[in-house]
Design a protein around this ligand. Structure first.
Ligand code: UDP
Length: 431
């Protein structure tokens, strides 16, 4: 390996996002928080003077080879395997082809085109590792979620993450110059479960777009969504799959209505998002659950949406409910709070950081519907609690800006560059 000249603030970064494109609408399929993360940080890096090229797998014959996200951010669609019909679990077989496409695209440039490679999720990490060797630049890797953590908190009947992922994550953790964790808890998991060197870990919390997600008129938002003005609105936003536990919200709603039948005409539960992951195997199961619980008149299934339409959902809600079994962070929780809406979330992973218990929302232990019904009942029946929590939301969300995340990532690139060159110098000296 030959190394490129040392440059602390990179001129150009290669960002690898193999299995999901920042151009896709999040909230369904494999598109979620990672897409938002990649798009938001890339556009801010470009504003700060670091050009970004994002490599993602082409999933349609219609996509052009390259597309501009914003000036300074290019998305490159790499053909690797059939456009359609591949599940995330099929993608390890496409790593070689994807890596070849990335290396081929870079080879058209003058030497030293990229100063750093930043991979997202383990699949991209495998390709990042090769690019690091080939290009002689540091590798920064963001894990997003960890298989060992996910497998320790599976929803009942959900499929464990495969061994190939565990091994792949271990390899990338071992090889990256810097690993980005969303929270200190995730950093600890990296050390304790994956044997990561603590000095290689940077804890960088993700952010929220504070220009888009702002408090606003709940009445206007409800009118826009066709929701009754006098209803109690408890919303779920996200990819519909067992891991996200929308069923817990539905079961808790059923329990709440069993206890307080008089609420039936005044409760609305919008569920915003599309099937994803193992949720794709039974896309109708949540509808069936609503029917079997006798609450299909209360639950409203709404397709995924972005921008102002999503903001309206947050503003319209008395609370946004995030009952996930595992969550590396939970952007939805931050977005809701930035809109001034309290969050009722499971006390798991990053949600304990994203929500300030009893100040900006409520954290619930476990997934027992009765316990969740208790928390929802407090929100619905106690207007003082609702107002007090609402007052705590924006203060809690404000420090989490994408600007801050991006600046911390650029600092991490600088640390990775220094570490990479120090490691290379040591290897040279001992060779
Ligand atoms: N999202 C969206 N439209 C939807 C549902 C979700 O744009 O209809 C976005 C949401 O705004 C958030 C992301 O998808 O930014 C979900 O991120 P989160 O961290 O909550 O969950 P993940 O998908 O990463 O598991």
């Amino acid at each position: 390996m030959t190394t490129r000249p040392r440059r602390l603030r990179p001129r150009r970064a290669a960002v690898l996002s193999l299995h999901t494109s920042p151009l896709e609408q999040p909230g369904t399929g494999d598109a979620g928080g990672m897409n938002v993360y990649v798009a938001q940080t890339a556009r801010r890096m470009a504003e700060l003077g670091t050009e970004v090229e994002i490599f993602t797998r082409a999933t349609s014959s219609d996509v052009p080879p390259t597309a501009q996200l914003v000036p300074g951010v290019t998305v490159r669609h790499v053909v690797a395997g059939p456009f359609e019909g591949l599940d995330k679990n099929d993608l390890p077989a496409q790593l070689c082809t994807f890596a070849a496409g990335v290396l081929r695209a870079e080879a058209r440039n003058a030497p030293g085109h990229f100063d750093v490679v930043h991979s997202h999720y383990w699949l991209s990490g495998q390709v990042g590792w090769l690019a690091r060797e080939r290009w002689g630049v540091p590798l920064v890797h963001t894990v997003h979620t960890l298989a060992k953590v996910k497998n320790a908190a599976l929803a009942s009947g959900d499929t464990p993450e495969p061994r190939v992922r565990v091994v792949g994550e271990e390899q990338v953790v071992d090889d990256a110059d810097r690993i980005v964790a969303n929270t200190d808890l995730e950093a600890r998991h990296l050390v304790e479960l994956y044997g990561a060197d603590p000095d290689t870990i940077a804890t960088v919390p993700p952010g929220v777009d504070l220009d888009v997600f702002t408090p606003g008129d709940a009445r206007e938002a409800r009118a826009k969504l066709g929701l009754p003005q006098d209803a109690h609105v408890l919303a779920f936003v996200g990819r519909i799959q067992p891991l996200k536990a929308p069923d817990v919200l539905l079961r808790a709603t059923g329990e709440l209505l069993r206890r307080r039948p008089e609420l039936r005409d005044r409760l609305v539960v919008p569920v915003v998002g599309g099937p994803s992951g193992t949720g794709l195997e039974h896309p109708e199961s949540l509808h069936e659950l609503a029917r079997s619980l006798g609450i299909d008149d209360v639950v409203r299934f709404l397709p995924p949406r972005s921008g102002a339409d999503l903001t309206a959902v947050y503003r319209a809600a008395d609370a946004v409910v995030v009952p996930s079994h595992n969550e590396s962070f939970g952007l939805v929780a931050l977005e809701a709070q930035a809109c001034g809406t309290p969050v009722v979330a499971a006390r798991v992973g990053g949600l304990a950081v994203a929500v300030d218990h009893d100040t900006s929302g409520l954290l619930v232990d476990g997934h027992d519907p009765g316990r969740w019904a208790d928390a929802l009942q407090r929100i619905v029946l106690d207007p003082d609690l609702r107002s007090r929590l609402a007052r705590g939301t924006t203060t809690h969300a404000e420090p989490f800006s994408w600007q801050r995340t991006t600046e911390a990532l650029l600092d991490t690139y600088a640390q990775a560059t220094a570490a990479f060159h120090a490691r290379f110098a040591t290897e040279e000296a001992t060779a």
